[in-house]
Design a protein around this ligand. Structure first.
Ligand code: GAL
Length: 340
């Protein structure tokens, strides 16, 4: 084929997929390094493009808050951008970066994590995060059957303090666990219960592994001669993976590993569940969340109100959020096949 013909063919698809006048959405995801956000960033991009929208997708590097602030400002100043979808790194640190968007009345969808301290947010697309914590708490009780006569030792991990979701996971899980802790049926030997004591900054796997090591040393937990450890409330798979890494290193096997919870159905977690190292995770259907965002973008692009199903659960410190809450689902060995 002649060079000219090859060039013409290679240019054609570009002309057809990128529509000069189409509504353009700037999509910002917190990091490409965590399986969940990488998958969902490209998922939203595809979904929006398939419906004829233009997309500019950015990831927040190595969980870099200032990079994300700069991305928001740059996209807000870009006259081609018609709306922003933001999965925040630190939801409390974006109010300033959003002032340009606010002054231009640029619609902003807060994706999964709530952006707080500003009224620049138009809609919040997320999951029922309280329900996630409730499922995790109930799962631990169902598996451990703690009673005052047969108490069980557990440890608690909180997510990242700068993530509003972490509050909901912990809050609802603790509503289930606290009565057992109060009665002595559940015992936290490290004595570390509060968010300030149990949080994992930026949800980092290496830091959860480190904290698990520190707890082991503090309490003397161990698979054979050490203190018995029965369960761990972990809010998300990225934290569970770090915990499991430490426990394996310390000699735990599938025979004696504590009951460990999780969330996100990451590839790592699914493997750990199949092998017996992790007891459960939560499936947050990325497609459901992406469809929600797509519906919101469609409505916004037509100047209409988007379909929401909640206005009372989330307040970002400035206003009640117009939210759509998707449904989380428990995954354990009994139903993991549907995700494999
Ligand atoms: C939360 C999110 C969880 C998990 C976690 C770590 O905001 O709701 O599903 O992904 O971040 O990235």
């Amino acid at each position: 084929m002649k060079l000219k013909a090859v060039l013409a063919l290679s240019v054609l698809p570009v002309l057809f997929t990128s529509q000069a006048n189409a509504f353009t959405v700037g999509v910002l995801m917190p990091t490409q390094d965590e399986a969940r956000w990488y998958r969902e960033g490209f998922g939203i991009e595809n979904e929006l493009k398939n419906s004829g929208f233009n997309v500019e997708l950015f990831f927040g590097g190595d969980i870099d808050v200032s990079l994300q602030q700069r991305q928001i400002k740059r996209l807000s100043n870009d006259s081609n951008i018609d709306a922003l979808v933001i999965g925040s790194i630190d939801g409390n640190a974006l109010a300033d970066a959003l002032t340009i968007a606010k002054s231009k009345k640029l619609p902003v969808i807060s994706y999964d994590r709530l952006i707080t301290g500003t009224d620049a947010v138009t809609y919040y697309a997320t999951f029922d995060n309280g329900k996630v914590g409730e499922i995790q708490g109930k799962f631990l009780i169902d598996k451990l059957h703690p009673t005052v006569d047969d108490p069980k030792n557990i440890e608690i991990f909180y997510g990242s303090l700068d993530d509003n979701n972490a509050k909901f996971f912990y809050g609802e899980a603790m509503k289930i666990l606290q009565p057992y802790i109060d009665s002595g049926a559940l015992v936290i030997k490290s004595g570390e219960i509060k968010p300030e004591e149990t949080n994992i900054p930026s949800w980092r796997t290496d830091l959860s592994s480190k904290r698990m090591d520190a707890i082991m040393d503090k309490v003397g937990y161990g698979p054979e001669s050490g203190e018995r450890l029965d369960g761990i409330l972990s809010p998300a798979d990225c934290i569970s993976s770090g915990i499991i890494f430490t426990l394996k290193k310390r000699g735990y096997t599938v025979e004696n590993i504590p009951v460990i919870t999780g969330q996100d159905s990451t590839p790592d977690a699914l493997k750990n569940i199949q092998e017996g190292y992790q007891a459960m995770t939560i499936f947050k259907d990325g497609k459901q969340l992406q469809d929600t965002v797509l519906d919101m973008v469609k409505a916004i692009s037509k100047g209409q109100e988007a379909n929401i199903n909640d206005t009372t659960t989330y307040n970002n410190g400035v206003m009640d959020m117009k939210s759509f809450l998707c449904t989380p689902e428990l995954i354990d060995r009994s139903n993991i096949n549907k995700l494999l």
